[in-house]
Design a binder for this molecule. Sequence first.
Ligand code: ATP
Ligand code: MG
Length: 670
Amino acid sequence: MTSTADGTGLDAVGTDIVGTDDVSLERELDQLLAVERFDPPPDFVSRWYRPADAAAAAADPPAFWAEQARTLLDWDTPFTTVLDDSNPPFYRWFTDGRLNVSANCLDRHVAAGRGDKVAIHWVGEEGERRRVTYSDLLADTQRLANGLKELGVGKGDVVGIFLPMIPEVAVAMLACARIGAVHNVVFGGFAPSAVRERMEVSDAKVLITVDGARRKGRTAPVKEAVDAELGDLKALEHIVVVRSTGIAAPIREGRDVWYHELLERADPVAPPEPLDAEHPLFILYSSGSTAKPKGILHTTGGYLTGATYTHRLVFDLDADSDVYWCSADVGWITGHSYIVYGPLSNGATSVMFEGAPDYPDRDIWWKIIEEFKVTIFYTAPTAIRTCIKWGPQYPGRHDLSSLRLLGTVGEPINPKAWLWYHKVIGGGRCPIVDTWWQTETGAILISPLPGVTSTKPGSATTPLPGIFPALLSEDGQPVTEGTGVLVITKPWPSMLRTLYRDDERYVQTYFSRFGRDVYVVGDAARLDADGYFWIIGRIDDVINVSGHRLSTAEVESAIVSHELVAEAAVVAQSDEQTGQAIVAFVTLTGNQSGDDATIAELREHVATRIGKLARPKRVIWADDLPKTRSGKIMRRLLRDIAEGRELGDVTTLRDPDVVAALAGKVAQAD
Ligand code: ATP
Ligand code: MG
């Protein structure tokens, strides 16, 4: 294991990379790949972590979580019961307590004199700016809460939210939380048919949407499309329409209402409803990487405890001075927990960006970071890999010296992408938190703590205090070093409570394999000698070649570490000789196309990095890889293609053409 004396692991190879050419950057990253471990910069001292917390959490997890819930949140009625585990896996937390999420996110900050503090610096696609303070958010949230009541929305009713990244999306969520309505946010990039499905299964009474949504200079007529697809839904009584772009939007008298008119006529005062800690807060569909999307249900007290606690601890948040930016969409759990609930509950100042990372140009993210002096930036590996494809000249145009902490979420990050992020974006100074969690977990469970944990590129490192992950072998035996199935052995406050209206699928999916008290994550992982977790992919993604279990993430990282490669996805194909064989779908940088010599070179490259066994049997050149709308590679479809099967559920695919083109190409070649 190598790490340099200054703790960053970087000095030996220099730190000033931005502005140098691609070739020397490549060479430098290549050298860095040999650095296995990066110690925390000595001057980075965690604001919130106390070693005693870890001990307390280990000794008595419920007591530890009770302490967090009490100190981080304001309760209308303090709880006396911490955890009800009498009927696993239906765990209940803080059951006799009452609180309101919107009061915790807004009222308490305004009451403490922080009403003028900016909650959201909003950046519109055409360069507009809006400064939304905590007082502004509170005022609109109260009016919308009253407006929703006027439309007949009561406690427990479901409200659909289908909005782009505009501040109204936060207002809509908080207004629901204020009156105890359950929101069901659908990612703004989905087609109306996906919205219909999600509204239908949850019997949404009201949908909050928009006249139109902008994307890279064009405006899509959202309301019109919503009408065409959802017009006849029985349970849907009203549609609230935010005027965002000014594009013509049909308004059906009696059913539809403009958001601004609803707010204008509403009473400005809406006291927050004290709700049971287990009152449902929201339903959110998972991204559908592995199967048909699941309607995950989160509740009030436990969820907010998890989001608030982890946001402050993992991002080392100083609410007074940090400017925090999570580039996810609010339609994913990352947006729920780390754009809306965590940051607002902690009283943070965030950036919210409406647009795409390449409009008007590929430097827009870095321009925003420079302008708002963003200190904490949280994004996804897929975005980083895209930035690598585009080249370091785009971040190179801007002053990113305000950044002090970087984060990633969503997929395993290839060491090369990690190093690029560290070097090119973080200037070699910023710790990276590789945060592992799921829609189901509500909040981050495994992540380095900045200033505390030494990081290893590609590893989410160790669990947060109060979280108890473990690896089990196929037959349920504990694995202390090596690969296994990732499980969580004790309940935690922000865990999902069930799948909406489908308790059976909840038990079946997560709690049937090793008993009703062991949460089966669905990911496979490796535990190294230092007790670090390496997520190696979905259980189904582990490839068994001649009895050797190989991880898709590791093989992909090896392929991507080749200088010609931008992105790779690896799947298994059944093989008479070896049981399973590796098929690699590979995208080259700069739209290059590969030939047989490149295939031989890549196979050799993997052989030297991992071993001969890991060499892909087939390499398929792809212009692009099929991804979910949240940007994850959909390996299950690649498996279908590799094996020549009919494709499974494609409804959450970002670009169906990509998979059709690939399938056609592979069929032809075979
Ligand atoms: P579905 O459950 O519908 O298939 P999904 O699992 O992609 O969709 P999410 O809940 O958004 O939906 O994603 C959680 C999954 O993302 C995790 O189970 C894991 O596989 C992956 N993941 C998230 N963060 C990380 C990370 N830091 N490192 C490795 N993998 C990660
Ligand atoms: Mg999942």
